[in-house]
Design a protein around this ligand. Structure first.
Ligand code: DC
Length: 225
């Protein structure tokens, strides 16, 4: 019987990675590793311990003690630190900013390599992030680089935030997104870029179902279905 393959789904914020990764993992009954949630968890723990988000040595200790697990509860991919559910806490705006800062630290990126690989386990796994196909799993059998136009990504994010009751304009969301994109693409360590052998999918004019069908089809091709 096949052990399953590794599927890397990378791309900028707002391209639809989370929902697509979740549906692909469910369709194949694979483990799902949301690597952004791991960086967010490091930022949360550092904040609680009074460690600065740019304190490399302090962050190293946080990463060394990290006890993180994912598990599906109904439709939600819950994030747990020990037995504490931090799924909501890691999505707060200040933790997003913290995650962006800690993810630029060399010791954090190096320390999280094994964490990410161990979470993927030995069976089939879907990993969503920025550098899965280039750094974490360069040998992944299926590599997807999911993009969408900046306006479409900001529109989706704006709708999501307004849906959660936040008062924010589309222009503010777009400006914030442009700033984060530039930061992610230009940072020295593991900048956001597609692996040479990644399949680039543009979700601007595709439905979630179309994107998921394409990725599951790629996986089936590799698995010989
Ligand atoms: O996808 P996200 O918004 O949850 O990611 C949170 C932060 O972590 C974001 O600033 C990018 C960073 N990140 C990263 O550097 N490498 C990854 N593999 C995943 C996320």
């Amino acid at each position: 019987m096949s052990q399953g393959i590794t599927i890397a789904i990378d791309g900028p914020a707002g391209a639809g990675k989370s929902v697509v990764s979740k549906k692909v993992a469910q369709a194949l009954n694979y483990t799902l590793v949301d690597t952004g949630a791991i960086y967010r968890s490091v930022a949360l723990l550092a904040k609680e311990a009074g460690i600065d988000w740019q304190d490399d040595a302090g962050l190293q200790a946080v990463v060394a003690g990290l006890d993180i697990h994912f598990n599906f509860v109904g439709e939600d991919n819950q994030v747990r630190l020990g037995d504490r559910d931090v799924s909501a806490a890691i999505r707060m705006p200040d933790i997003s900013q913290g995650a962006s800062l800690v993810s630029a630290q060399a010791s954090v990126r190096a320390g999280l390599l094994d964490v990410q690989r161990n979470l993927a386990g030995k069976g089939g796994a879907v990993l969503e992030g920025r550098d899965i196909g280039t750094v974490v799993f360069p040998q992944a059998e299926v590599k997807i680089f999911l993009i969408a136009s900046p306006e479409e990504r900001a529109k989706r994010r704006h709708q999501e935030l307004v849906g959660k009751g936040q008062e924010i304009s589309f222009e503010e969301v777009l400006a914030d997104q442009n700033k984060r994109d530039a930061q992610d693409e230009n940072r020295a360590l593991a900048p956001l870029k597609a692996a040479e052998d990644a399949l680039q999918l543009d979700s601007t004019d595709l439905s979630i179902t179309q994107v998921v069908t394409e990725i599951v089809g790629q996986a089936h091709k590799v698995l010989g279905f």
